[in-house]
Design a protein around this ligand. Structure first.
Ligand SMILES: [Zn+2]
Ligand SMILES: [Zn+2]
Length: 274
């Protein structure tokens, strides 16, 4: 099976696919950065889901294999809690012989995604500690570039980082450097762990056949809110149903929450605790 990556994702995905499905990964050396990069050097032409599928297809074309796998992530503020960063990860499995497209997506529960604007003489050490540098990579660029874009990366050495901050600040209209977390998988162990978790979920989905059409790839599609308040019965924003289904034939089933919870705490109720 082809895996299109230049960012070491075989470290996260090799085991689940080899052990559970007996599929060894073959690295496809294609320029995945051509489909857009996290640092904004090359804008992403398509939403992450489409980019992910495109990567998998290119990996299959490059290796001549009938099966392909690719991962894609995007990071930004949480839709409901803007101060909280959140990561979205996609994994797509394609099988040309069986005509299969199986996707798995998750909101990464943990991400170090962050940025910091900094004057040349300021101390970034507390921010660097928080994002996990140097095991997690950092990118440096001018906050307001004077002469075109400039970017420094792979700054594990404190002196290299210091120099990059000085140069970036000097090349910026406001005299500040912009520090950003490096979200490439091989420079971000937190993200690599999310991709590994997603890999196990995709393998589990591939091992389950749809009860209606017998195609592999049956699993959770979405959750629906509406768990009733234990005092007044008003539907809350908490999960009421877990929806599982098949992306090939569209068969869907609604199941109660796996944890067996039937009622929400009044503290979560829009009427009892507005
Ligand atoms: Zn209530
Ligand atoms: Zn089906």
């Amino acid at each position: 099976m082809a895996l299109a990556t230049r960012h070491g994702k075989e470290r996260a995905l090799g085991r689940p696919f080899r052990h559970a499905l007996g599929l060894p990964l073959v690295l496809a050396d294609i320029d995945t950065d051509a489909l857009g990069t996290f640092d904004g050097d090359r804008p992403r032409p398509a939403p992450p889901r489409d980019t992910c599928r495109l990567k998998a297809e290119r990996g299959m074309a490059a290796t001549g294999l009938a099966r392909g796998l690719a991962s894609e992530g995007s990071f930004g503020p949480h839709p409901q809690l803007p101060l909280l960063p959140v990561g979205e990860e996609w994994l797509v499995f394609l099988d040309r012989e069986q005509g299969l497209v199986v996707e798995e997506r998750m909101l990464a529960p943990r991400t170090n995604f962050s940025h910091l604007r900094l004057a040349a003489d300021a101390d970034p050490s507390s921010w660097l500690r928080r994002i996990g540098h140097p095991s997690h990579g950092v990118l440096v660029r001018p906050s307001q570039p004077l002469d075109g874009p400039a970017l420094w990366r792979d700054l594990d050495d404190p002196d290299d980082l210091r120099q990059a901050i000085l140069r970036a600040a000097a090349a910026s209209a406001d005299g500040q450097a912009l520090l950003e977390t490096d979200m490439r998988a091989h420079r971000n162990p937190t993200r690599m762990a999310s991709i590994r978790r997603l890999g196990f979920r995709l393998v589990r989905r591939l091992a389950r056949r749809c009860p209606a059409c017998r195609t592999p790839g049956f699993g959770e599609l979405e959750t629906l809110p509406g768990l009733p308040c234990s005092w007044c019965g008003t539907p809350t924003g908490l999960v009421l149903w877990e929806v599982v289904g098949c992306t090939t034939c569209g068969h869907r089933e609604r199941h109660p929450r796996r944890d067996g919870r039937l009622q929400a705490d009044p503290g979560q109720c829009p009427l009892c605790n507005p």
